[in-house]
Write a protein that binds this ligand. Structure first.
Ligand code: ADP
Ligand code: NI
Length: 214
């Protein structure tokens, strides 16, 4: 088992060598550690949890012309080449296929304890101090303004507002980041989410205060 994990770490590091900062190896490493922490309380299959956490962003459709199958297929081929057992490979592939935020709205297709753990770990990396850093990194990459006081983000939300590509980065807190706490699957994940959520509320409060020159 340790052998599979070490080989997978090596493969993922290599594959993500040129990835942007929100989806680089360090994102994977944080999700991997968080998933292991959650699993210590939730007792899922440790190999499935670990491999799915490591491989979940191996080919993000956003950066691969929308191809949703590429990541799951790369993960499957890689694990089969290591001779990981077929059951485990199938499970890991299903997790990667069904894990994205978009799929979690549209798709009631597949779930398992291991999927819930890895999904929680991935979502936790989008909130708290790291989540804030990732959001502004993404916003900078897309050349978005930090905030626009003319747009009250909490009043302009629809189910599709996360698709708006020009909105200020602060909007992203209201369309996604502040919703994640209530989307946690596991109680261990929820506990961590509450702490990170509260930190974001304090952050926003301070942000608006500073915006007014206080
Ligand atoms: P994930 O990889 O967790 O499924 P995404 O690929 O949607 O999430 O986003 C990667 C990171 O960029 C996350 O931390 C997310 O919050 C952030 N992000 C995504 N969309 C936006 C946006 N419109 N504005 C600011 N940050 C964003
Ligand atoms: Ni991720």
């Amino acid at each position: 088992m340790q052998h599979f994990i070490l080989k997978t770490i090596q493969f993922v590091k290599q594959t993500l060598a040129n990835a942007e900062a929100g989806h680089d190896w360090f994102h994977i490493e944080r999700v991997f550690k968080t998933a292991q922490n959650i699993n210590a309380k939730e007792n899922g299959d440790a190999l499935v949890v670990t491999l799915a956490a490591l491989l979940h962003d191996i080919a993000d459709p956003k950066f691969n012309s929308g191809d949703e199958d590429l990541g799951p297929n790369i993960a499957e081929a890689f694990l089969l080449s290591l001779k990981v057992d077929a059951e485990t490979v199938k499970h890991v592939k299903l997790i990667i296929q069904h894990m994205s935020f978009k799929n979690s709205f549209d798709d009631a297709g597949f779930t398992s304890k291991e999927m819930q753990i890895v999904q929680d770990a991935d979502r936790l990396d989008a909130i708290g101090a790291i989540g804030i850093a990732r959001a502004f990194t993404y916003g900078g990459f897309k050349n978005r303004v930090l905030y626009d006081p003319a747009i009250k983000p909490e009043q302009h939300l629809t189910k599709d507002s996360y698709k708006n590509t020009t909105a200020p980065t602060i909007n992203h807190f209201y369309e996604k980041l502040l919703l994640l706490k209530d989307m946690m699957n596991t109680s261990a994940g929820k506990e961590i989410a509450i702490e990170r959520h509260n930190f974001m509320l304090i952050y926003l409060d301070q942000f608006y205060n500073e915006w007014e020159g206080n």
